[in-house]
Write a protein that binds this ligand. Sequence first.
Ligand SMILES: Cc1cc2nc3c(=O)[nH]c(=O)nc-3n(C[C@H](O)[C@H](O)[C@H](O)COP(=O)(O)OP(=O)(O)OC[C@H]3O[C@@H](n4cnc5c(N)ncnc54)[C@H](O)[C@@H]3O)c2cc1C
Length: 446
Amino acid sequence: MEIHIIGNNVAGTFTAQNIRKQNKDVEIHIYSEENYNYYTRVKLPEIISEKRDIDDLIVFKEEWYENNQIKTHLNTKIKSINPDIKYMVVNESEEQISYNKLILAVGSHPNEPPINNARERLGNGVFTLRNINDALKIRRFIKENNCKKAIIIGGGLLGLELSKQIKNCGLDTRVVEFFPRLLPRQLDIDCANMLKKEVEDMGIEIELDAKTEKILANNTIEGILLKNGDKYEADIIFIQAGVRSNIELAKEAEISVNNGIIVNKYLETSKKDIYAVGDCIEFNNQTWGIIPACIEQAEIVASSVLGKNKKEYKGTTPKTTLKIVGIDLTSVGVYDPEEVGGGWEILKKADKSSNCYQKIVLKDNKLKGAILFGKKDGVSFVNKNIESEVSIEDIRKAIDAYIYKCENCGAEYDEVKKGIAFQDLPENWKCPQCGSPKKEFKKIEQ
Ligand SMILES: Cc1cc2nc3c(=O)[nH]c(=O)nc-3n(C[C@H](O)[C@H](O)[C@H](O)COP(=O)(O)OP(=O)(O)OC[C@H]3O[C@@H](n4cnc5c(N)ncnc54)[C@H](O)[C@@H]3O)c2cc1C
C-alpha cells in the first residue's frame, strides 16, 4: 500500500511516525511546499532576533526520515487532487502521482484582517510570520532598512512572543490589540490586566481596544491609523491576527470544507481514502491551531488509515503556554465559564503583591480548565487531572493556597474560595465574625 501525506510539519510528520510504528511495510511519501524537514514554528521569532539558527529549529533531520523509511519530497507543491481516479498533480512539473490513501496535513496560514493598504504592502514593510522564509525576510528587512520602531497588530500568543523578540532586536515595540484585553482567547480580564503590566514592564507598549484602519505608507512604511483617529509611527509592521485553515486544495477537489476541511471522528474527509489532520481540519465545528491537537490527531489518523483498532477523535482540550522569558503563563481548557452555578465552580488565588494569578475551573467537581500565571507550580497538576475529579485540598496544594484561621473565634479565610491571597488583604482588615485584627489569623499547614 502507498500512503501519501501532503504537509511535512507537526501533523504530517507525526502521522508518518505513527503509521510506521504500526506497520513496517507500507510505503510512506511526504510532500512539502517548503524546503526544510520538519521544524518547529514555535521558535521562529528567535530566528528574527538571531538567537537561533535555522538548524536549531529542525526537529527531524534527514537521517530520521531515512531510518523510518519515509520518502520526503521537499520543495514540492501539490497543485490538485483527483479523488475519483486517486491521483494528485505536482505543481510546475505536472507529474501525476497515484495514491492508495491520501492524508492532508496542509496546515494553516496567517489571517489577514481587512486593513487598508495591508495587502499591498505585504512583504514590503508589512509582514506575517508563519515559516522560516518569512523570518529570514523580516530579519533582512529590519537590517537593510535600519528599522527603529515596530508595531505588532494582534495581542494574542504569537503577537506577544514576537513582540518580545522584536524588542530584543532593539526596536521600540508596540502591540495593538483589537479586543479590550490581551490574549482574549486564553485569559479572563483580571489576569489579562496582570499580564499587561508585566509586558509593559519589559518596555513594550500596549494599546487595547484598538482597531487598525489603515497602514500609513509612502515610499516607506510610516505607521498605522486606528479607527478612532489615533496614529502610531512605525517603520515595520507585523500582522499576527490568528490563523485560517488551508482549505483550497481540498475545496477544489470537492472535499467538504467549512472553516477547515471537515472530518469525522476517524479523521476521514467526505471523499473515500482521503483523510485530514492538524491545523487544516474542522471537527464538530471546531478548528484548533495548536501542536497538542496535531499530535493527538496524528495517532488517530494513523490507525484509521491502516484500518485497524480504529480510535475515535473527541476533540482536544486547548492548552497554551506563553513562551516569553520571565513570564510563566499557561491557559488550559475552559478558563472563564459564562455562568457560574449549574455545577460550574471557580477556585482561585489572585496574589497581586507577587503578580501571580491561579484559577481553577470545575464542573461537577471535574477539572475543566485553568489559568496559571506567575508560577509554574500547578501546571503538572492541571495537565495530569484535566477532565478528572479533583478535591479542593489537592487544588489548594497545587496552587499554593491556604486556609487562615482566626485564633479568637475559629472563623476561616480560605484563599481559593475568597479569590484573594491573604497577604493582599489590607492591614486594617478584620475578622468578619468577631472583628479581630488580621494578625490574629494563623495559616493552617496542609
Ligand atoms: C510563530 C509561531 C509560534 C507558534 N507557537 C506555538 C506554540 O507555542 N504552541 C502551539 O501549540 N502551537 C504553536 N504554533 C502553532 C503550531 O505551529 C501549529 O499548530 C502547527 O505548526 C500546525 O501543524 P500542521 O502540520 O497542522 O500545519 P503547518 O505547520 O501549517 O504545516 C503544513 C505544511 O504543509 C505544507 N503545505 C500546505 N499545502 C501544501 C501543498 N499543496 N503542497 C505541499 N505542501 C503543502 C505547508 O507549506 C506547511 O509546511 C505556533 C505557530 C507559529 C507560526
